[in-house]
Design a protein around this ligand. Structure first.
Ligand code: HEM
Length: 440
């Protein structure tokens, strides 16, 4: 729409009573994402009701948000914490591979999405809650966890008119968002507060490496102390941010590898040469794989998971842009990362999946927020704090999936690259494929 009005730099419009702007231009995107006056986010009604206003992603810019960010960056996302959790990620990955092998031998094909979602949820639960669930099993607690997470995703991902026309909620709520949020909150509180209680009464002599994020939050003192409701909000948010994005990015990568067997083969050869420990791939091996890194980047370019609205920013003062335009206070601003990563003025053959475009030092594009041509994790003060954890997890899974199986398209269930914009931009149809076990 913006390009049909030649408004790529900035297009202004209204969503009901919400004034909004959207840009598909890298320079304006940088100005918005890095401006101190755009360091807050608009909050959806459902997110507010589901307690997210006190969590990192939606807390307004200020001391509370800064404190949460600092705690998470030090104790959850610091490189040494990511390293300390490698064991948990490896364990989850091994369980996923064995589930996949079982399904393949039982039915001759695999639905990858459900394995990736389960592994994602299990591994975030382990890192954050120190609790290993097996979401493929059907005990009561696991069922409860699966249900509340699924319901939370639906509520947060649904388009809700009352976010933009507040008066409408009294008579038009076709998805019953309000009522469902009210029903969900006590269930979330019940589950998470019980886990916090177990931690309070559990072993307080854990070594630093064995500490999970709840242990860290409970050990905070002085002005860093969080009350229990704030802890629930922060922990609950991590489940959402960590689960969805990691699983769906891996699904997109696998879909592209299945459609591009030559690229899959090149990746497999590189991984074979890297595995140092009797074929067992570690984070350290994977960090030495430029082709895998290029495959991940190329997928982030073609299918950036972060959609427009759920990561929008809110102006807290009038913002004067370098091109002379002024964005007034209280405007919702969005960066159309999809348009930027498909822009033929920036990328040759933008619709073609070609990881080679990222090989070699000249083509080295940083995806962590310093290069706005490809910033799937955002940029500036509110850049995704989980980017390194997300990339480490996705890279490990893709490496192991390709090392253990040759993936080919299932003729009866072909790969469909149609997109669906929910909380993130995901594959509209779940990915099915045939996984042929490779000899060890
Ligand atoms: C492939 C994986 C991921 C992608 C593509 C992704 C993408 C994003 C994007 C686009 C933003 C908004 C950034 C901005 O406004 O500039 C964001 C924020 C955030 N992400 Fe991620 N993310 C991923 C993984 C994770 C993981 C694993 C976690 C945590 C376990 C996480 C936690 C967060 C949080 C807490 C925020 C809010 C930051 C704030 O507002 O201060 N993300 N993410």
């Amino acid at each position: 729409m913006a390009s049909s009005y030649a408004a790529n730099k900035l297009m202004a419009f209204s969503l009901g009573s919400t004034p909004a702007v959207v840009t598909s231009d890298t320079c304006i995107a940088r100005e918005i994402l890095t401006s101190p006056h755009f360091a807050s986010r608009p909050i959806k009604e459902s997110a507010k009701q589901l307690m997210f206003s006190r969590a990192i992603g939606f807390a307004p810019d200020g001391p509370h948000w800064r404190m949460l960010r600092r705690i998470a960056s030090t104790h959850l996302f610091a490189p040494k914490r990511i390293l300390a959790h490698e064991g948990a990620r490896q364990l989850e990955c091994a369980a996923m591979l064995s589930g996949i092998a079982k399904e393949q031998s039982l039915q001759g094909y695999v639905q990858l999405r459900k394995h990736l979602q389960a592994a994602s949820l299990n591994s975030i639960m382990e890192i954050v809650f120190g609790k290993r669930y097996n979401t493929t099993k059907h005990d009561n607690e696991t069922k409860k966890l699966n249900e509340i997470v699924r319901e939370g995703f639906e509520l947060l991902g649904a388009f809700n008119w009352s976010d933009h026309l507040p008066w409408i909620k009294y008579f038009y709520d076709p998805f019953r968002i309000q009522e469902r949020c009210v029903a969900l909150v006590p269930r979330v509180n019940g589950l998470i507060k019980e886990i916090i209680k177990e931690h309070r009464h559990g072993n307080s002599n854990k070594s630093r490496d064995k500490c999970d994020f709840i242990d860290v939050l409970l050990s905070l003192d002085g002005e860093d102390t969080l009350d229990e409701d704030d802890m629930v909000a922060v922990l609950w948010e991590m489940i959402f941010r960590g689960t969805d994005t990691t699983a769906l990015l891996t699904e997109w990568i696998m879909a592209e590898l299945i459609l591009n067997p030559k690229i899959q083969k090149t990746l497999h050869s590189e991984l074979q040469n890297l595995a140092s420990n009797g074929g067992f791939l570690t984070d350290a091996d994977i960090a030495k794989s430029p082709y895998l890194e290029a495959v991940v980047k190329e997928t982030l370019r073609l299918h950036p998971p972060g959609p427009l609205l759920s990561w929008a920013r809110l102006s807290t003062a009038d913002v004067h842009l370098s091109n002379g335009m002024i964005i007034p206070t209280n405007t919702t601003a969005m960066v159309n990362m999809w348009a930027i990563t498909h822009d033929p003025k920036i990328w040759n053959d933008p619709l073609v999946f070609r990881p080679e475009r990222f090989l070699g030092s000249v083509n080295n594009v940083d995806v962590r927020g310093s290069d706005l041509r490809l910033a799937p994790f955002g940029a500036g003060r509110r850049v995704c704090p989980g980017k390194n954890l997300g990339l480490a997890t996705v890279s490990l899974w893709v490496a192991k999936l390709v090392q253990n199986f040759e993936w080919v398209e299932d003729c009866e269930r072909p790969v469909d690259l149609s997109e669906e914009l929910k909380l993130s931009c995901e594959m509209k149809k779940p990915l099915f494929a045939v996984g042929i076990s490779r000899p060890n």
